[in-house]
Design a protein. Structure first.
Lengths: 69, 257
């Protein structure tokens, strides 16, 4: 099994067993309904999570809503 | 009489909109929002904490089925950042609504209206319902409307300042002649009378965060703001009397002894 190195929310993360965005969210135990995901500056639509393949060196941002005015 | 606010086909049951920043915790946020009877709540887009997955989510306390979630682009100083946050917000949320902020200066948090206009144009073309946070300049309000803004959100005073409606004359001009889209005063409201003044000027709604969250008793202030907005709106619709320098007696002269 090949383990990738990803930059997730500014942190370098290794040894995650995730080939797709969907698997990455599962591995991080993040509920899909309340987040948005960006890979290399492009927003990934929820319906694409299952088949959007991650590559070694990808920069991933996972955001949610927080209190704000 | 029916007096509903409608923006791009979306009906709003309250003319008080509230923010969710600066509260002590999510429980207090929830209680204050309930007391305000607002149906629009603003939120910000930020990174998920990927190391501590036990941390709670704001949306566990604010049901998106019950409230209209209005994401903002607070903290964005460039058009590119504002677009990026807006697109992420749309994907994280359930609607095309965005409270667009392109900030021009850290100290005042005044909007960079040139960037704001550019971002409004781009996002409106992408199908967003853009509600830009702008200054109290009637001409800029009109330009934003022309660029596709669904409403304009002029500031009453700097964000979090509590200075009230500093230029009621310009706000009135924006409402009466500059734009046809709804006008929502955003920022500056410090207490109930400020909210009432905004509504008496003819604003369609008021957005308040710090004025409620920063009060000693946020839940009580939320209730005060609710009543002020209702009172201000009613007074606007009722049509206030003109101001005169000298007295006119309320009691008849006739029949006096």
């Amino acid at each position: 099994m090949f383990f990738m190195r990803l930059k997730i929310n500014g942190e370098t993360v290794e040894n995650l067993q995730a080939a797709t965005v969907g698997e990455l969210l599962d591995a991080l135990r993040i509920e899909r309904g309340k987040v948005a995901v960006e890979v290399n500056m492009s927003v990934i639509k929820k319906q694409d999570y299952a088949h959007f393949l991650l590559s070694d060196g990808d920069t991933v941002e996972i955001v949610n809503f927080v209190g704000g005015g | 009489m029916e007096d509903k606010l409608v923006i791009k086909g979306i009906e709003f049951r309250s003319r008080l909109w509230v923010g969710t920043g600066k509260y002590k915790d999510f429980e207090e946020t929830k209680k204050a929002i309930e007391a305000s009877c607002a149906d629009v709540v603003t939120v910000s887009v930020r990174r998920v904490n990927i190391t501590d997955r036990k941390s709670e989510n704001l949306l566990d306390y604010i049901d998106p089925k019950k409230y209209k979630i209005l994401p903002n682009t607070a903290g964005c100083y460039t058009v590119e950042d504002a677009l990026r946050y807006s697109r992420l917000a749309r994907e994280a949320g359930i609607s095309d609504l965005v409270k667009l902020e392109v900030i021009g200066d850290e100290r005042t948090l005044f909007p960079d209206t040139i960037g704001l206009l550019k971002a409004t144009e781009i996002l409106a073309k992408e199908g967003f319902i853009v509600l830009p946070y702008t200054n109290d300049d009637p001409i800029m309000a009109r330009r934003l409307e022309d660029a596709g803004a669904a409403a304009v959100m002029p500031l009453g005073a700097p964000i979090g300042s509590g200075l009230g409606i500093r230029n009621p004359y310009n706000i009135r001009i924006i409402i009466e002649t500059a734009v046809k889209v709804p006008v929502v005063v955003d920022a500056g409201v410090g207490t109930a009378s400020d909210a009432a003044i905004a509504m008496e000027l003819g604003c369609d709604a008021v957005l308040i965060n710090t004025g409620i969250a920063g009060a000693k008793d946020p839940v009580a202030m939320a209730s005060a703001m609710k009543h002020a907005v209702i009172a201000g709106r009613l007074a606007y619709r009722a049509g206030r009397i003109g101001k005169k320098l000298y007295a006119t007696a309320s009691s008849p002269i006739e029949g006096m002894l």
